[in-house]
Write a new protein. Structure first.
Length: 306
C-alpha cells in the first residue's frame, strides 16, 4: 500500500470515528433528557380536591383504578404511583370547575421501562359523580363501587373492569381489550363495542343493552334488560337472563358465530329466526309481546329454559 492509499484510508477511518462519536452524542442527549425523569425505585405523588363531580383522563400507557370509599369529607384523593423504572413527571393533573383532568404528556415513550400505574382513590360523603370520562391507549382501566350519571371509556388494548356500578348511561369502546362488567344497576343505556376482545357480563341491569364485537366472544349471566341488541362477525354469544326478567325485545345477529339464549323463568316468547341450524326448546307463543329475533349465516342458534 503506497502513501497516498494509506492517507486515504486514515481519512476514511477518521470520518467513521467522527460519525460514531456524533451518534453516541445524540444517544447521550436522548438518554439525558428523555430518561432524566425516570426513577429506579417506587415513587408517588398525591393530590387532593374538594367537591369533585367528574374525572377526565387522557393517558397513553398508564393504569387507572377508581374506587370510592365512604368518608366524612367530600374529598378526592388522587395518587400517582410509578413502579420500577417509570416516571411520574409526565402526568399532569388539573382542576377545572368541579372536574379533575388527568393527562399524560411525555416527550418520549419507551415501553421497555414498563407502564405507569395511576391509582385514583375517591373518598366522598356520597359517592355520586356526574361523569367519568376515561381515555387510555394501552393501560388497564378499573372502576369499583361508583355511582355516576355517565361513564365513557375508550381504550385500545387495555383491559376494562367495572364492578358494583350504579349508572344511567355507560359506553365502553375498545379494539382488543378484555371487557368485564359486574353488578351494574339502575342503567338506562349500556353500550359495549370491541373488535377482538372478549366481553363478559354478570348481574347487569339496564333498560337498553347493546353489545357489538367482530371476533371476540360475548358471554352474559343474570341479565335484566328490556331491549337487547347483539352483533358479532365470528365470535359466539351466550346470554343467560335473570329470573327477574319481566319483558324483553331482543335482536341478535352473527355471521358465523353461535347465538344462545338461556331463560330462568316462564316468560312467554315470540321467537323468530333465520339461519341453517336452530335448536328451540321453548314453546313459541306468537301472541307474546316479548319478541326475539335471531339471525346467523353459518352459526348455531339455541333458545332454552334453565
Amino acid at each position: 500500500m503506497n502513501s497516498s492509499q494509506e492517507k486515504h484510508l486514515r481519512g476514511k477511518m477518521k470520518k467513521i470515528v467522527r460519525i460514531v462519536l456524533i451518534f453516541l452524542g445524540v444517544i447521550g442527549i436522548i438518554l439525558l433528557f428523555g430518561l432524566g425523569q425516570y426513577i429506579i425505585s417506587d415513587d408517588s405523588k398525591t393530590y387532593s380536591f374538594l367537591n369533585v363531580e367528574g374525572i377526565n383522563t387522557n393517558l397513553e400507557n398508564a393504569e387507572i383504578h377508581i374506587e370510592t370509599v365512604q368518608g366524612k369529607e367530600n374529598k378526592t384523593h388522587i395518587e400517582v404511583v410509578a413502579k420500577g423504572k417509570s416516571m411520574t413527571n409526565d402526568i399532569y393533573i388539573t382542576n377545572e370547575g368541579n372536574s379533575v383532568n388527568i393527562d399524560q404528556k411525555s416527550m418520549f415513550r419507551l415501553g421497555i421501562f414498563g407502564n405507569l400505574k395511576i391509582i385514583v382513590k375517591v373518598e366522598v360523603k356520597e359517592n355520586q359523580f356526574d361523569h367519568l370520562n376515561l381515555s387510555n391507549e394501552s393501560g388497564a382501566i378499573s372502576i369499583k363501587h361508583a355511582n355516576s350519571n355517565n361513564i365513557t371509556i375508550q381504550t385500545e388494548s387495555g383491559d376494562v373492569s367495572l364492578d358494583d356500578i350504579s349508572t344511567k348511561n355507560t359506553s365502553v369502546s375498545s379494539s382488543s381489550a378484555k371487557i368485564s362488567l359486574g353488578n351494574i344497576t339502575n342503567s338506562n343505556k349500556l353500550e359495549i363495542k370491541t373488535q377482538s376482545g372478549a366481553i363478559t357480563l354478570k348481574d347487569v341491569e339496564s333498560k337498553e343493552l347493546s353489545i357489538q364485537s367482530s371476533s371476540g366472544s360475548q358471554h352474559g349471566e343474570e341479565i335484566v334488560t328490556s331491549n337487547l341488541t347483539t352483533q358479532s362477525d365470528s365470535g359466539s354469544g351466550s346470554y343467560e337472563f335473570s329470573e327477574a326478567l319481566v319483558e324483553l325485545n331482543a335482536d341478535s345477529k352473527s355471521s358465523s358465530g353461535n347465538i344462545e339464549y338461556i331463560f330462568q323463568n316462564d316468560i312467554p316468547l315470540d321467537i323468530n329466526w333465520s339461519g341453517k341450524k336452530m335448536k328451540n326448546q321453548i314453546t313459541n307463543d306468537k301472541n307474546a309481546t316479548n319478541k326475539i329475533n335471531m339471525k346467523t349465516n353459518s352459526g348455531n342458534m339455541s333458545v332454552k329454559r334453565k
